[in-house]
Design a protein around this ligand. Structure first.
Ligand code: AMP
Length: 249
């Protein structure tokens, strides 16, 4: 069974985000970019399933600029077998990503697609759900544990009330949450080896998908600065301030 893992190139989670001077978006020039953290978790999970004999091949795919090849090489260095880069300079929205992924799923026929729960740049949390809808396949979102057996997946989901365990039929889309695993680091020899692993280059047009934006960004603004906090001496004082100053009680 193949496992397909989409990986997105995003601003590194350690970077302090700055808004462009003209308010047209987030500053990306000279900013460190990395693999979306949830996608690292997906790659790790796919590799563990392969190492446990549940999968035969791990394919990673990224839709983005030529530099997304670096993100794919990182996934290959972690242990993925091959990569597909769908190259575009457009800011691709979740629906277009899901349509491209659907076309890849149709040709590759993976048994499992491990999508990140959300990309930390747009925080959409849409792609996995849209992909499952387009495929008409089972889906389990926000997985914190995953087990495969007999063409089924048992997924523990992180939900508002705690944890929920569900069984779904493969092929399925599973979106990964933070507690699923701790991704490995790529070793230097594996980084060298990854340079020679197969990487296929495609364009959205190869899949008949138009990636032009459907949404228009009107303005991007920094959040207003937070006011300094104060220390209170007692619970009574806290309750009093919440009532009279913050008016929240
Ligand atoms: P989102 O719905 O944008 O929050 O993204 C959720 C997940 O969809 C990400 O964690 C990735 O697994 C996948 N994804 C979104 N955009 C891309 C992209 N451009 N290339 C590859 N995977 C993507």
């Amino acid at each position: 069974m193949k496992i397909l893992v989409p990986v997105k190139r995003v601003v590194d989670y350690n970077v302090k985000i700055r808004v462009k001077a003209d308010g047209s978006g987030v500053e990306l020039a000279n900013v460190k970019m990395s693999m979306n953290p949830f996608d690292e978790i997906s790659v790790e999970e796919a590799l563990r399933l392969k190492e446990g004999g549940e999968a035969s091949e791990v394919i990673v795919v990224s839709i983005g600029p030529a530099k997304a090849e670096e993100t794919l090489r990182t996934a290959l260095a972690m242990g993925a077998d091959r990569a597909i880069l769908v190259e575009t300079e457009d800011h691709v929205e979740p629906l277009a990503v899901a349509k491209i992924l659907k076309a890849i799923v149709d040709s590759e026929q993976p048994g499992l697609i491990l999508v990140g729960k959300q990309a930390i740049d747009d925080d959409s949390n849409q792609t996995g759900q849209m992909l499952a809808a387009l495929l008409g396949s089972s889906q389990a979102t926000f997985a914190s544990a995953l087990e495969l057996s007999n063409g089924k997946a048992r997924v523990v989901r992180e939900v508002d009330g705690g944890l929920q365990t569900i069984d779904i039929k493969l092929p399925a889309v599973v979106t990964t949450d933070l507690r699923l695993n701790e991704p490995r680091y790529a070793s230097l020899p594996n980084i060298m080896k990854a340079k020679k692993k197969p990487l296929d280059k495609k364009s959205p047009a190869d899949f008949g998908v138009n990636t032009a934006a459907r949404l228009k960004v009107l303005k991007t603004e920094e959040p207003s600065g937070r006011k300094a906090g104060i220390k209170v001496k007692s619970v009574t004082e806290l309750v009093e301030k919440l009532k009279t100053e913050a008016s929240v009680l």
